[in-house]
Design a protein around this ligand. Structure first.
Ligand code: NAD
Length: 313
């Protein structure tokens, strides 16, 4: 059986970290696509360096780099990380039009080379970039998926686990809505630890503080790193999604999906819980929300709708 193929567009901080996580799982071949004008020969260097880890890590993954598209042909999954990251103090929205042009060009070329691929959009502002990718590729909603909620939920689960002294793996909670500091919606009402509601385990002010910290999770790391933005947790979140798609694991992961009635929303990318497997999004789940959570989910989608209107073609 031919090995599956994943193309990672953009071999920068996040693309490089994703490549390492994916390669060492040994579940597919990996192509690093980048633009010499911005990356120089970095993607070739990263591909060669990681290839030379095989003897000790024990993987058979073939990893190559390319400036073009031929080598990416017939990828099963394409991840688009190319774009400028936030600088300290910068919002994701400020990245809008520069990254829209990059995503449009990259996804359009990738879709031509891999017409059956599932595309995972990562560059920010991510929900708006999913609209650009959908238009550029013409792909159906099952095959354009935004990564935001997987990361935001991981941060939320980490802060809850840290406050309670339990494993993050045993914190069951989702962050849905938008992938920005102000529009993400950690669904506190449905968060369970060992089946026990979070609201029974921590006082409201403590929960509010950790929710706030999760929402500013990316900004906090950017301030600490000084240059660029986070890449360890973002790459872990993305590769969990990609693995579920490649291996048809059917995991339930919050992702940005083109809403078709979920939470009463239509024709807008926003985060909700998705079943990811062969072919991309197999099903979506609507969480039971409090009135306040529902209002915030709707407001998040409306904020993305406004942002999409600002995209110039
Ligand atoms: N969705 C998420 O959860 C999440 C998390 C972290 C970062 N991000 C976003 O991912 C993107 C990449 O972040 P990073 O830290 O890897 O950045 P980086 O600067 O390390 O890498 C950026 C990559 O984009 C390429 N690039 C830059 N400008 C380009 C252009 N004009 N045309 C073509 N290619 C270009 C570069 O060659 C490089 O490979 C940013 O938009 C960042 O905000 C998203």
């Amino acid at each position: 059986m031919a090995r599956k193929k994943v193309t990672i567009i953009g071999a920068g901080a996040t693309g490089g970290a994703m490549a390492q996580r994916l390669i060492e799982r040994d579940i597919c071949d990996v192509v690093l696509q980048d633009d010499p004008q911005f990356a120089g020969t970095m993607h070739f260097g990263k591909a060669l360096d990681e290839s030379q880890a095989a003897a000790w890590e024990g993987f058979s993954t073939r990893i190559t780099a390319t400036d073009g598209w031929e080598d990416t042909a017939n990828s099963d999954v394409v991840i688009c990380t190319a774009g400028a990251p936030r600088k300290p103090g910068m919002t994701r929205e400020e990245l809008l039009n520069g990254n829209a042009a990059i995503v449009r060009a990259k996804v359009s070329a990738a879709a031509k080379a891999s017409p059956n691929a599932v595309v995972v959009i990562f560059a920010n502002p991510m929900d708006a970039m999913c609209h650009v990718a959908k238009e550029a590729s013409g792909f159906p909603r099952e095959r354009i998926i935004g990564q935001g909620g997987a990361l935001d939920s991981a941060r939320y689960r980490y802060f809850v686990s840290d406050a309670l002294g339990v494993s993050p793996a045993d914190v069951h909670g989702f962050v849905i809505g938008g992938h920005t500091d102000t529009t993400m919606v950690p669904v506190v009402s449905q968060t369970r630890i060992g089946g026990v509601p979070l609201t029974d385990l921590l006082p409201a002010d403590k929960i509010a503080a950790l929710v706030q910290r999760a929402m500013r999770g990316g900004a906090e790391i950017g301030e600490l790193l000084k240059t660029g933005s986070a890449y360890y947790a973002p790459s872990a979140a993305t590769i969990a999604m990609v693995e579920s798609i490649l291996l048809d694991q059917r995991r339930l992961i919050p992702c940005s999906v083109y809403h078709q009635g979920e939470y009463g929303l239509k024709d807008i990318f926003s985060g909700t819980v998705c079943q990811l497997g062969a072919g991309g999004i197999q099903r979506t789940f609507e969480l039971p929300l409090t009135d306040d959570e529902k209002q915030r989910v709707i407001a998040a989608a409306e904020a993305t709708r406004e942002l999409v209107k600002l995209i110039t073609s």
